[in-house]
Write a protein that binds this ligand. Sequence first.
Ligand SMILES: NC(=O)c1ccc[n+]([C@@H]2O[C@H](COP(=O)([O-])OP(=O)(O)OC[C@H]3O[C@@H](n4cnc5c(N)ncnc54)[C@H](O)[C@@H]3O)[C@@H](O)[C@H]2O)c1
Length: 359
Amino acid sequence: MTHEVRVELGDRSYDIIIGPDAPGRLVDVLGARRRVVIVTQTAIEPHASPLRVALDDAEIEHDIVTIDDGEDAKSLTTVDRLCRSFAQRGVLRGDAVVALGGGVVGDTAGFAAAVYHRGIAVVQAPTTLLAMVDSAIGGKTAVNLPEGKNLVGAFHQPIAVIADTTALATLPDRELRSGLGEVVKYALMGDEVLLDVCTRQSAALLARDSSVLDVVISRSAAIKAGYVSADEHERTGLRAHLNYGHTLAHAIETVGDHALTHGEAVAVGLVFAGALGAALERISPADAERHRELVAGLGLPVEVPPGARREDLVAVMRRDKKAVGGLTFVLRGANGLERADDPPPLALEAAFAAVGVRD
Ligand SMILES: NC(=O)c1ccc[n+]([C@@H]2O[C@H](COP(=O)([O-])OP(=O)(O)OC[C@H]3O[C@@H](n4cnc5c(N)ncnc54)[C@H](O)[C@@H]3O)[C@@H](O)[C@H]2O)c1
């Protein structure tokens, strides 16, 4: 069964196609484009087969390029290598890149497509749960600098997102849980359906029950698509709500040198955001406790790994793209999600203590 979710962006609107038959739709979404470069990683390459079969059947020329694994590969060096390999293959403005992989491939190949020839078409073909529910949707592409994550990037919407859910069968357990970190975020942002699934069907989710995963992926994609359609370039503050839990998460990733995956860091960030919301009396202590229970129930971490010091985390949070010198969070409250600036030190201390950071 294939689900489709539309990202409404006027003449740049596109579909997120979710299900085992999604790769068969690649040729449709390519339109008149006759040449494709698939960018992926070695471990994921087998998942290119259904895409290649579809391209062969339609006699569309295609080639494959691999990039390294891990956050270090999300670099300008990789972008340079990719753009050069596009040029060596004679890729032109009317051709397309297919980014087949998780967020690392999607962000890096997406950024290369955004800048090569001042922008060529990209199809995002996510193979991790995290990419299917989040990173492949919405056109944010970026690579890292030694000074911080995602510091060089561009908005470059894909022409389609093709999420072949059969790819999830080979995903390591830890990466599956990492994707659930973003799913819990949508649940805690206030989605009752995801809240119910995360609460009552955690075992089925962790066992990769395909019908439950289908619900989770299509629901999450629809939530993300709604925010992207409403505030594509993060100008009204609405899209920034998707950063619930992310202020601390990004700091954990930077300070901890990526010992936690992105979704794991988001999970801890959600526990922190719940505790901070409770300390500021924006939400009830019971609600904050629910953040922790949901995260723990999905086998995700609830504490910052030992060794990360509060002052280092705070220093990184001050450099957050949303912050203007001070500390900025997205928190829940009586009016739903809102931006909250510079919480008092005692509230911060309580929130840090809730995630195991005491000095
Ligand atoms: N652009 C955005 O809006 C956005 C949003 C959230 C996160 N991100 C970024 O996404 C990245 C994290 O993405 P991720 O969690 O997908 O990690 P990832 O891309 O590093 O993938 C995790 C690991 O799983 C492997 N893998 C991928 N698919 C597989 C499959 N089907 N079977 C077996 N192995 C597979 C990868 O090779 C990698 O080793 C971070 O860099 C983060 O900053 C971007």
